[in-house]
Write a protein that binds this ligand. Structure first.
Ligand SMILES: [Zn+2]
Length: 52
């Protein structure tokens, strides 16, 4: 599967970008944890991801 750049727009307004699904999911999970003290699952993060 080709890596496609993805972007997640957090409800707080933060834009999280990654070069691949794995990267954007990892960054979104870090953001959710550090900024919102929330555990984001891979499925939740992927559901929010859009092609960049
Ligand atoms: Zn946020």
């Amino acid at each position: 599967m080709a890596d496609v750049a993805k972007v997640i727009e957090c409800p707080c307004g933060a834009i999280i970008e990654g070069a691949s699904d794995n990267e954007v999911v990892a960054k979104a999970q870090q953001h959710a944890k550090s900024t919102h003290d929330m555990d984001l699952s891979n499925e939740q993060a992927l559901a929010m991801a859009r092609p960049a």
